[in-house]
Write a protein that binds this ligand. Structure first.
Ligand SMILES: Nc1ncnc2c1ncn2[C@@H]1O[C@H](COP(=O)(O)OP(=O)(O)OP(=O)(O)O)[C@@H](O)[C@H]1O
Ligand SMILES: O=P(O)(O)OC[C@H]1O[C@H](OP(=O)(O)OP(=O)(O)O)[C@H](O)[C@@H]1O
Ligand SMILES: [Mg+2]
Length: 284
């Protein structure tokens, strides 16, 4: 019995999806034109599919799980579950208007024509706020619409904002934040759920590891108290004596986002020779 996972065949999610499965220790032969592959060392079958088709495959139970952008799940709605946020392909779905427009509030959109690939998301956002707009659905290059007179405004994915900038648009409302997630079919069987649990366990240890760094440093013994008070660590730091008398080696784990601030504090408190190493897996 295999669990069936859908990943994007080509596009933004493809590479990172394969990478995270690989980091979970799952070996997949992925020939370029293959539509299906079986993992060599885990009960997993990979289906390479069009991004926009994946939600329906999940709903129908043709696949058990998928790696997909949250934004697409919101748009397609329904019964698909999310078991884990994966931390990549971060973006937002936003409304944007021509740069030259004066924008004060949502009222701006009343009666306006809006081009979007996410009509349900926009419709729901407006319905909840009492705005009636005319939605025009297009599947790509949405940002060009106002420039060619197809619409007054747009709603699309924004990440760096450079596509908006190039098209003389400005972001005025954020509807939702999105990242890649591991999604589940409502029809997944108990037997396959048990395999999913094993996969999620591995994913969590990979995601934790990505978020943290293993840090080693040398500290004079009379500064140990001060230094260890700064360290967050999983429990408490490991302190080992160095061959040189009066010195210790201190080991700990630090979140990569708070890392630089902590390093500065550690240096001022007397830590020296600070080494920072990546962590491959982290099981809590
Ligand atoms: N500029 C971006 N930055 C970060 N993430 C993005 C960006 N654009 C899209 N994404 C995320 O990646 C997912 C896949 O995007 P991609 O452009 O590869 O496919 P698509 O154009 O949305 O869909 P399809 O494969 O159906 O044409 C999106 O659903 C979204 O979650
Ligand atoms: O804010 P930015 O960093 O500029 O990213 C946003 C752009 O990225 C996506 O397009 P993509 O490149 O995936 O092209 P597509 O329209 O063909 O999907 C999205 O549809 C936006 O157009
Ligand atoms: Mg795209």
């Amino acid at each position: 019995m295999n669990i069936r996972i859908a990943i994007q065949k080509s596009g933004r999610l493809n590479e990172d999806s394969l990478r995270i499965l690989k980091e979970c220790g799952i070996a997949i032969d992925n020939g370029k034109d293959q539509l299906k592959a079986t993992a060599r060392n885990f009960p997993l079958e990979v289906f390479y599919l069009r991004n926009s088709d994946i939600p329906q495959y999940l709903v129908d139970g043709v696949v058990d799980i998928a790696i997909i952008g949250e934004n697409l799940l919101v748009e397609k709605g329904g019964s698909i579950g999310v078991v884990e946020k994966l931390g990549f392909s971060k973006c937002r779905v936003s409304l944007a208007v021509p740069k030259s427009e004066k924008y004060a509030s949502l009222e701006y959109f009343q009666g306006k024509k809006i081009a979007t690939s996410y009509p349900n998301t926009v419709q729901q956002f407006f319905d909840q706020r009492g705005i009636t707009a005319d939605l025009h659905v297009i599947n790509g290059s949405v940002e060009i619409a106002p420039n060619i007179g197809l619409a007054d405004a747009i709603c699309d994915i924004v990440s760096s904002g450079s596509t908006l900038f190039k098209n003389n648009l400005k972001e005025v409302e954020v509807l939702l934040a999105s990242e890649a997630v591991l999604a589940t079919s409502p029809k997944i069987s108990a037997e396959r759920s048990a395999i999913l649990d094993k996969l999620v366990f591995r994913l969590k240890s990979v995601l934790q590891a990505r978020q943290n760094r293993y840090v080693l440093m040398n500290v004079p013994n009379d500064k140990l108290k001060e230094v260890t008070a700064i360290l967050p660590g999983m429990r408490s730091p490991t302190v080992l004596p160095l061959a040189e008398k009066g010195w210790s080696s201190v080991h700990t784990v630090i979140n990569k986002d708070t890392f630089w601030e902590v390093i500065d504090e550690l240096k001022s408190a007397g830590a020296e020779g600070i080494l920072v190493c990546p962590i491959e897996k982290m099981v809590l």
